[in-house]
Design a protein around this ligand. Structure first.
Ligand SMILES: [Ca+2]
Ligand SMILES: [Ca+2]
Length: 538
């Protein structure tokens, strides 16, 4: 270890004392099998073992996250004649952290096609993305568009074939004791520029580093590549210890001149020390994790090379908080089939400060306006949530206008949420007197404004019958006078307590003519027993 590495090691060891891995989720391991069918290769069946983050352990257990969390995928190819089920050291480590492991079960014979196996790995990468987009799949909506492809031995070599020419859905290439293939993995490496981690065993007598992993690494055109050769690591111990056929061959090949060897547990742990933060960095987008890769490389001896990779601090690309959203929504009460009434602002009844600072909203925001924007209808609350049932990550009071456009208090249609990080959010719109709505889809929000239009279809609101169509526009349901998300007799009582008030601004004045009359009651009555989805109820 040269002095530079010693300095780095000391630096990172002290850093580690204060660093906690931000990927803290721990999930149970669900298992299933998926068979992808590749029509371009004669309807070839590619059966895969799949280990995924689940709410409880077991076969086909419900996926974790309630449909609101996206998980990255690691597609991993088995070694020559090795059962794909003996890599549980990887799934047992990675799946609880939120990774989906996918292991193709093809090409397990004594005469495998490396080319087909590489194509199978890539097909599984794209197949999982398709599952994420398929409403009929158990993985609908939960597949992150970040995937690692890799493998062990023959599967490692084949992973170079899969990643050749940087296919669009492959984020990083990671393999262990990769063996040269036909066609050549070494040749394919020259056509790969995605970040690549080559893990090798210093005592690998089956696929010795000088003939296999080192030439692959040297040939790689990756923008960031790491060669991690673990002292004492042997070929077959890159499995969970169950690779029986591999161990038989290894025992014969390595009888003389090799060793001493790391034991199974230590070898697996050395792999994890670099593999886990590498995947956390590239697939979980945990910026801090790259420093852990470097500290592990510096701490563990062996022959390591790093080329072109980020140097600390690697987090200059950390997302700044702040997202923008444009939203359109319509209220049944004041909507005449083409626009909403602006009577509350025209007659000066609409307050100049947000009115949701009372129960059941208890929203404490200080939004106010000096004067009404053109065509102001009323105040609404817009919430962003990272999960459907969770609390709001950030809320804003904003001004609904006659055509459904919601304005920020600065008068522009870009609602500015200043504290949340760019990411995926559900949108909730609340209005006193109407049943609140939540977006049917999750939205990817960033500093560049995205838009969501609740009025374009009833189904833009999550759940069944959460809006009604008037003159071609989907509208929020009137009559929830107490704002709790369901229309019941309690709302009628709220109305009854103030019927016949004139020039009035309150929840039960819901057609916005400024008077509490039978017209408001009739809106309640037609929607009586409407039930908002549980996620919006207060
Ligand atoms: Ca109610
Ligand atoms: Ca009225």
């Amino acid at each position: 270890m040269n002095s530079r590495w010693i300095t780095l090691a000391i630096c990172f060891l002290s850093f580690l004392l204060f660093e906690s891995n931000s990927v803290t989720a721990q999930y149970a391991i669900g298992e299933t099998t998926i068979t992808f069918v590749d029509a371009s290769r004669g309807n070839r069946n590619i059966s895969c073992l799949v280990y995924y983050p689940a709410t409880s352990a077991g076969t086909n257990a419900p996926i974790a996250g309630g449909g609101a969390t996206e998980f990255p995928v690691f597609v991993y190819g088995h070694g020559f004649t090795i059962d794909p089920g003996v890599y549980t050291q990887l799934s047992n480590t990675l799946t609880p952290k939120g990774y989906i492991m996918v292991l193709p079960e093809t090409e397990t014979s004594f005469s495998p096609s490396h080319g087909d196996f590489g194509a199978d790995l890539l097909f599984a990468v794209n197949g999982m993305q398709a599952e994420g987009a398929d409403p009929a799949s158990q993985f609908f909506g939960v597949i992150k568009n970040k995937t690692a492809v890799g493998g062990h031995s023959m599967g490692g070599g084949s992973s170079f074939l899969a990643a050749e020419n940087d296919p669009p859905n492959v984020t990083t290439l990671v393999n262990m004791a990769a063996a040269e293939t036909t066609p050549s993995a070494i040749a394919a490496a020259a056509n790969i520029t995605i970040p690549t981690l080559v893990i090798a065993g210093g005592e690998d007598c089956v696929a010795p580093v000088g003939d296999h992993q080192k030439p692959m690494y040297d040939a790689s055109a990756a923008s960031c590549k790491v060669y991690y050769e673990i002292d004492g690591a042997a070929h077959c111990r890159f499995s969970d210890g169950g690779a029986t056929s591999c161990f038989a061959a290894e025992g014969f090949t390595c009888a003389f001149g090799w060793g001493p060897f790391l034991n199974q547990a230590d070898q697996n742990a050395r792999v994890d020390d670099v593999l886990v933060p590498w995947l956390d960095y590239y697939l979980m987008e945990d910026c801090d994790a790259y420093a852990l890769v470097q500290s592990a490389l510096a701490t563990h001896g062996g022959m390591n090379s790093v080329d072109g990779c980020p140097t600390p601090p690697p987090c200059t690309n950390v997302s700044a908080p702040g997202v923008e959203l444009e939203v359109k929504v319509a209220l049944e009460g004041p909507f005449d089939g083409s626009a909403m009434s602006t009577n509350l602002s025209v007659s000066g009844l609409m307050p100049l400060s947000q009115p949701y600072n009372a129960a059941p909203w208890n929203y404490v925001g200080s939004e106010s306006i000096a004067s009404y924007p053109a065509n102001a209808v009323d105040w609404v609350i817009v919430e962003l949530r990272s999960s459907r049932a969770g609390a709001a990550d950030e809320s804003k009071a904003a001004i609904l206008t006659a055509d459904g456009t919601v304005l920020d208090v600065d008068g522009t249609p870009q609602l500015k949420f200043s504290t949340v990080l760019p990411g995926d959010y559900y949108v909730v719109v609340r209005h006193k007197g109407h049943v609140d709505v939540m977006s049917g889809q999750v939205l990817s929000l960033s500093a560049a404004a995205a838009s969501y239009d609740f009025t374009s279809a009833v189904t833009q609101a999550y759940g069944t019958n959460q809006q009604l169509l008037i003159g071609g526009s989907a509208c929020m349901l009137a009559g929830d006078f107490d704002g709790n998300g369901v229309v019941t007799f309690a709302d009628f009582n709220a109305y009854l307590g103030s019927s016949s008030e004139i020039l009035f601004y309150n929840n039960w004045e819901v057609d916005f003519d400024g008077h509490v009359t039978v017209a408001d009651y009739n809106l309640y009555k037609k929607n009586a027993s409407a039930i908002g989805v549980p996620e919006i109820q207060l």
